[in-house]
Design a protein around this ligand. Structure first.
Ligand SMILES: [Cu+2]
Length: 506
C-alpha cells in the first residue's frame, strides 16, 4: 500500500552478516547502543554475541500443502506453522528475527502483556524489522497460557502479505504450576491458503447465540447498504480461499494424530486465518473446553464442537473413548472437502477416516462463564459503533469506529481513547454491520461482561466475536501503560480502517 514508514534508526540494516563484517569500523558501538543483540565487554571495544532463546527467519518459499499442491508463501523458518515457541512466565526471553524479504515486517506477540516497543505493531511505535535486516526482541512473557505470534503488517490489496501469508506460529507460556490432568498436548493451527478476491457473499451467522439483533443497528446498517447499492455500487471485496489446512497440511496429507483408547488429549487449537471463522468437530467425541485464548475458564465446559473466531484459541481436552479412524474437521462440508481437517487414528485401527457431523448446536460465550455481570463496576464506559461504508475505497469496504476510519497512509494515528493507569474500563461495542467481527485488544486481557444482552463474567480473552447488528461488552483494567491498538482481526477489515489507538494519560 506504499504507506510504510521506517524509523530511520531502525531502518538501518543490522543483519548479523553485515554487522560482523563492518563491526571494526564502528568503534565504541554508539550506533548500536539500542541493539540488545550484542553484549559489550567492560573494555567496551570488543563484543560478544549472546545467544537468543529463539531465532525466527522470515522468507518466501515453496510450502507443500499436499502432494502436487505446492504454494509460494512467506513463512517463519521454512515451515508452516512457525515453530512452537515455549516460554516461562516471568522469565525474560530473547528472540532474534531475521527478515529475508524485501518489505518491512512486524512480529506481534498476540495475547501477551508486554511493552509497546516489542508488542509488534507499528501503530504502537514498534520499530519495523527492516527488509533484509534483523531485530532482537526481548520481553518478559506473561500471562501464562496458549498465545501466538504473527505478522502485523497491512496487506491492503496484496494477498501475499499480512496474515494472508503463512506468518503465524503458536506460543505456549508455561505457567508457574500446571494443573492440567491430561496425557499429552497437541497443537493445531487452522489456516487457509491461496486467497482470491470475490464480491459479495454473506457470512454464516447462524452458529452464534444469542441471535437477537439490535433494531437501530440493523436499520442503520441496512439503510447504508441500500443507499450504496442504489448508487450502483458493487458489493465490497471479500476474500475466499482454495486450500484449507491444519498444521499446514490438507486433510489426509499430514501425519494423523495418533491416540490410544482412554487417553486424555489436550488440544490447543489456534485459528491462524486472515479472516475466516472456523469450526471443529471430532465424530463420537466431545470437547471439554478448559481455556479460551489461553486463559483458564472458571470451570471446564463440555461442548459437541468448537467455533473459533479469527485469532481466537481454544484449549480443550478430548477423552479418547470411541476407537476408530476419524476426521477431525470443519463442520462446513465445503471447507473440509478442500482440506480443513486432520485424521485422528486410534492405535490398532485402520481404514478410511470417517466423518459424521455433530448434532446441531449454537456457540454462546455466556455458557463458558458465570451468568452474572462482573462484580467490579467499570470506572468509565467507552461506546463504540462499528460501521461499513460499502465499496467506498476503490471497491474495498471502508470501516469506521464512531465514524472514524484509521488512516491508511499513517502508522501512528492520534489516539482516540485515553486510559488512566489502574482504572477499570468497559467497551460497549455496537456492530452496525451484518458481519461478525473478531475484535482484538493488544497488550491487555479483557473479561466478557455482556453478550447480545446476556450478562456474563469470568471469561478472560483477547479476541471476541461481535455478531452482526449485535452489542458486546468487555471490561479490562488499564494495567500496561503505552500505546495500545484495538482492531478487528480480519485482515481485510483492519487494513481498511477498522483500528483505533488507546493511550495512557501521563
Ligand atoms: Cu471485522
Amino acid at each position: 500500500m506504499g504507506c510504510y514508514i521506517i524509523d530511520p534508526m531502525n531502518g538501518i540494516d543490522l543483519s548479523r552478516r553485515r554487522f560482523l563484517s563492518t563491526a571494526p569500523a564502528l568503534a565504541g558501538g554508539a550506533l548500536l547502543s539500542g541493539h540488545a543483540g550484542f553484549a559489550w565487554t567492560a573494555a567496551g571495544n570488543e563484543q560478544t554475541e549472546t545467544k537468543a532463546d529463539y531465532t525466527l527467519t522470515i522468507a518466501t518459499q515453496p510450502i507443500e500443502l499436499a502432494p502436487n499442491r505446492i504454494v509460494s508463501v512467506t513463512v517463519y523458518n521454512g515451515q508452516f506453522p512457525g515453530p512452537l515457541l515455549r516460554f516461562r512466565e516471568g522469565v525474560r526471553a530473547t528472540v532474534d528475527v531475521h527478515n529475508d524479504t524485501d518489505t518491512p515486517e512486524q512480529l506481534h506477540w498476540h495475547g501477551q502483556s508486554i511493552p509497546s516497543d516489542v508488542d509488534g505493531a507499528a501503530e504502537e511505535g514498534t520499530p519495523f524489522i527492516p527488509p533484509h535486516g534483523s531485530r532482537r526482541i526481548s520481553f518478559v512473557p506473561r500471562p501464562s497460557g496458549f498465545r501466538f505470534y504473527h505478522t502485523h503488517v497491512r496487506a491492503g490489496a496484496d494477498l501475499s502479505r499480512g496474515q494472508y501469508s503463512g506468518l503465524v506460529g503458536p506460543v505456549y507460556v508455561e505457567p508457574k504450576n500446571d494443573p492440567g490432568r491430561y496425557d499429552r498436548e497437541v497443537f493445531l493451527t487452522l489456516k487457509e491458503f491461496q486467497p482470491a478476491f470475490s464480491q459479495g457473499g454473506d457470512m454464516d451467522m447462524d452458529f452464534l447465540s444469542p441471535s437477537a439483533t439490535v433494531k437501530d443497528l440493523k436499520e442503520s446498517g441496512e439503510s447504508a447498504m441500500k443507499a450504496s447499492l442504489a448508487k450502483k455500487m458493487p458489493k465490497g471485496y471479500e476474500v475466499g480461499y482454495d486450500a484449507f489446512t491444519i498444521n499446514g497440511r490438507m486433510l489426509g496429507h499430514g501425519d494423523p494424530v495418533r491416540v490410544k483408547q482412554g487417553e486424555r488429549v489436550l488440544f490447543h487449537v489456534l485459528n491462524g486465518s486472515a479472516g475466516e471463522i472456523r469450526s471443529l468437530a471430532l465424530p463420537g467425541h466431545t470437547f471439554l473446553v478448559v481455556a479460551m485464548d489461553g486463559n483458564p475458564l472458571p470451570k471446564p465446559v463440555r461442548v459437541p464442537g468448537l467455533w473459533i473466531g479469527t485469532a481466537e484459541r481454544i484449549s480443550a481436552i478430548v477423552e479418547m473413548t470411541h476407537p476408530g479412524v476419524w476426521v477431525m474437521g470443519d463442520m462446513s462440508d465445503d471447507d473440509r472437502h478442500h482440506g480443513m481437517g486432520i485424521v485422528v487414528e486410534y492405535a490398532g485401527r485402520s481404514g478410511k477416516p470417517q466423518w459424521i457431523p455433530p448434532r446441531p448446536f449454537h456457540w454462546n460465550y455466556v455458557h463458558f462463564g458465570q451468568a452474572e455481570s462482573p462484580s467490579q463496576a467499570p470506572d468509565q464506559v467507552f461506546d463504540m459503533t462499528f460501521a461499513k461504508d460499502n465499496a467506498a475505497l476503490a471497491g474495498f469496504n471502508r470501516w469506521t469506529i464512531n465514524g472514524l476510519s484509521y488512516p491508511l497512509d499513517q502508522m501512528m494515528a492520534t489516539p482516540a481513547f485515553h486510559l488512566a493507569e489502574g482504572k477499570r474500563y468497559r467497551l460497549r461495542m455496537r456492530n452496525a454491520s451484518d458481519d461478525i467481527h473478531p475484535i482484538h485488544l493488544h497488550r491487555h486481557t479483557f473479561e466478557l461482561s455482556r453478550i447480545a444482552g446476556q450478562p456474563t463474567s469470568g471469561v478472560l480473552k483477547d479476541v471476541v466475536m461481535v455478531g452482526g447488528y449485535q452489542e458486546t461488552e468487555i471490561d479490562f483494567t488499564a494495567d500496561n501503560p503505552g500505546l495500545t491498538l484495538f482492531h478487528c482481526h480480519q485482515q481485510l477489515h483492519m487494513d481498511y480502517g477498522f483500528m483505533s489507538l488507546f493511550d495512557y494519560e501521563q
